[in-house]
Design a protein around this ligand. Sequence first.
Ligand SMILES: C[S@@+](CC[C@H](N)C(=O)[O-])C[C@H]1O[C@@H](n2cnc3c(N)ncnc32)[C@H](O)[C@@H]1O
Length: 313
Amino acid sequence: MGEPAGGMGNPHSPVLYQLSIEILQPESKGRYVDGTLGAGGHAKGILETSSPDGQLLGLDVDDQALAIAKSVLASYPKRATIQKGSYAEIDSHIQQIGWDCVNGVLLDLGLSSMQLDTSERGFSFIKDAPLDMRFDPSTGMSAEELLNSWDEQSIADMIWKFGEESKSRQIAREIVKQRPIRTASELANLVLKVYKGKRGKVHPATRTFQSVRMAVNQELETLEQGLERSVGVLCRAGRLAVISFHSLEDRLVKKFFQRESRDCICPPEQPGCTCSHKASVRILTRKPLIPDKEEIEENPRSRSAKLRAVEKI
Ligand SMILES: C[S@@+](CC[C@H](N)C(=O)[O-])C[C@H]1O[C@@H](n2cnc3c(N)ncnc32)[C@H](O)[C@@H]1O
């Protein structure tokens, strides 16, 4: 299976590396998609395990990630294809390279350590930087544009829905009062002010930052479409593995897998089935797989990771 690209003890180590490779079972005759390539750690593992002939398509929307992944995967010129693009459009990407279906898809959601650590991207409130937060800074609305243009109600709804933040209304009011908001630390200090300077185990701005990032990148809509299309492109017995990092994502993945594994999705109180829905997958993980103590100690950012997987029937 090989050593993860990040190496042991490195914060860039791919999360749940062994388990995700074990569940995908890459084989030499197989075709695989890493829909969230990042620094290419999982992708390298898939290529190593599917040696000598397994093929991999790697997608990412972030040019910096793509550049790093290209150099990490440079030793597989004939077996790895790297493209800029969203996993939400996985079907058109596999068509473009002439594949009709794939034997495995991996989605490792959210933010890479690299993105979090690059201060100019504005993902982290520990670093002072312009508020951008786009995975692909060449397209769409930045966090700064969003926070300085949306009305108070929409900002409050976003912080509540994507951050599950109980003080969403007060934070939205403070944002509108203090506009223009330009930097990550301005936003973090404003949340801290709403919390009257009280800090718990996690910084009180964590949930607000998460909500803004999710809105800027339309993460839940992308995930919904990406799951649907990934199952759609799997060959028979092909596997989809998804690593999520917070409850909103995990809930969506879990519900999607449950629905797609059932022959009928009519409400339980309905006497007969009228939906004609057919199960398309079998669930491989009744409970999500999570990192062990050792991995969490080596890479604390893995602590909230959950891996769920299905197999196409
Ligand atoms: C947690 S990292 C992946 C790390 C990777 N598994 C590794 O081993 O290095 C998530 C990556 O997904 C990318 N990403 C976010 N949204 C995406 C989308 N819609 N399509 C493709 N990639 C996306 C991010 O830019 C980021 O590089």
